[in-house]
Design a binder for this molecule. Structure first.
Ligand code: 5AD
Ligand code: SF4
Length: 448
């Protein structure tokens, strides 16, 4: 007889989680930890020590999916080393997108597939998989579910993610996210505050709020500005970041509200995707280039010292050299501090995948490398401009290389390393002078 759901913990004690993709997936994995730990299961650090392997996946580009497929096959190899090898379950966007098809065929190494809205059911699903039940895939959307991370499963360290919105309703024509994450919904403020307070109680001092289109947060009468204000008031939280904003959600009022909140970091991630109006239109981005640039100007005006990072896709179907040139010009003109740059990857089920992926790979690669070169100059210029200046940093961790140095971040999120002295405390702010650039890190000398 298969074990009842309550017996899951007795049979399958140890679980291992591997996470791919965006910050939202890392947050979700933390939620999964909490769901399983609550049922008596114990997290382990090595797949070979586990009874259940969970892989939280990304679908945003084909490369991400290929990587996971390779890894699943590799992990399935563990089965041959033991009499009763670990179960393997796939979670996340790829699970949501492909569902039961992932279990088809005699050779599928997967025991179960769990989509993005179904993680609360995991203990039951694991028990059923242990009972050798077939066809275990759970991909229904629940258009209201939001998750809450549990205190015990929050990772150590001062900096934490908190999801405040789930899903996306924008339907950019290239993007799979609206299909893998479902409709947009905001998490109740009291749940968010409970999580942030727990983070602060456990010595956390930095929070990054997450959502696919975060600035459109709205729960009952609280909008995004209101949420930032309330989170800012949590004692112990020193630094507040958020991602990802959709350009048209950033209004003068929102910038003005943020300017009044000193804990809000002075760097905003604002994906533009392309510098060509023609391409923006077929991407279903709901702004023109001029409108986007006006938002950047507005932000800099309302929040002096504000800087922007962005996302860009090259080689979207139909992108001409002229369209690409417009993107290059934009990147030169607006001097983004950093940019995530991607080659277009057609995703089945999206509108743009119906069009031929007609920009040849070599052209995509060539455009990407030209773009990266321009962007790399931008980043270098920002670093150079900071040489010799005095800046305030929030000390956030011990240097990875040596215990004698601490790492911190400026308000606009440049990483700064300083020599450690006894009075320095992680989680506090100090003033430094920048004296050297090493890669993308600034070296600072404390000013007393
Ligand atoms: N191909 C390439 N890049 C994509 N992105 C989203 N979908 C695709 C796709 N099909 C990029 C966008 C988005 C970031 C998270 O990933 O730039 O902002
Ligand atoms: Fe994807 Fe566009 Fe939604 Fe961002 S806003 S998650 S790119 S559909």
């Amino acid at each position: 007889m298969p074990p009842s759901p309550n017996q899951a913990s007795i049979y399958m004690k140890k679980f291992y989680v591997e996470t791919y993709g965006c910050q939202m997936n890392f947050y979700d994995s933390q939620v999964v930890d909490g769901v399983l730990e609550e049922r008596g299961m114990v997290k382990v650090d090595r797949p070979e020590d586990s009874d259940v392997i969970l892989i939280n996946t990304c679908s945003v580009r084909d490369k991400a999916e290929q990587r996971v497929r390779g890894r699943v096959n590799q992990l399935a190899g563990l089965r041959y080393d033991r009499e009763e090898g670990p179960l393997i379950g796939l979670l996340g966007c790829m699970a949501q997108r492909l569902g039961g098809t992932l279990l088809e065929g005699k050779k599928s190494p997967l025991d179960f597939v769990v989509g993005t809205d179904q993680y609360m059911k995991l203990p039951e699903i694991i028990a059923r998989a242990h009972g050798k039940e077939a066809d275990l895939y759970f991909t229904d959307f629940d258009h209201v579910v939001t998750y809450e991370a549990q205190p015990k499963s929050m990772p150590p360290g001062g900096s934490h993610y908190v999801a405040v919105m789930h899903g996306c309703d924008k339907f950019c024509t290239y993007c799979i996210v609206p299909f893998t994450r479902g409709r947009e919904r905001s998490k109740p403020v009291d749940v968010i505050l409970r999580e942030v307070e727990t983070i602060a109680d456990q010595d956390g001092f930095e929070v990054t709020l997450l959502g696919q289109t975060i600035s459109s947060y709205k729960h009952e009468d609280v909008d995004f500005a209101g949420l930032l204000e309330q989170v800012s008031q949590v004692r112990g939280i020193e630094s507040l970041r958020f991602m990802t904003s959709y350009p048209t959600d950033l209004t003068a009022e929102l910038f003005a509200a943020m300017e009044k909140l000193p804990k809000v970091e002075r760097r905003i991630h604002l994906p533009v995707q392309s510098g060509s109006d023609r391409i923006l239109k077929i991407m279903n981005r709901r702004y023109t280039l001029a409108e986007y640039e006006k938002i950047l100007d507005l932000g800099r005006r309302e929040m002096p010292g504000l800087i922007f990072s962005t996302d860009i896709i090259v080689g979207f179907p139909g992108e001409t050299e002229e369209d690409f040139q417009a993107t290059l010009d934009l990147v030169k003109r607006q001097r983004f501090v950093s940019a995530y740059m991607f080659k277009y990857s057609p995703r089945e089920g999206t509108l743009s995948a119906r069009n031929e992926d007609d920009v040849p790979t070599e052209v995509k690669e060539e455009r990407l490398s030209r773009l990266m070169e321009v962007q790399s100059d931008n980043t270098q210029n920002y670093l150079q401009e900071r040489m010799g200046s005095e800046m305030e940093i929030l000390l956030d961790e011990t240097s990875k290389k040596t215990k004698n140095q601490l790492r911190g971040r400026t308000r606009d999120q440049f990483r700064v390393v300083v020599d450690r002295s006894p009075q320095m405390r992680i989680g506090s702010r100090i003033r430094v002078r920048i004296v050297e650039i090493r890669g993308e890190t600034l070296m600072g000398i404390p000013l007393s």
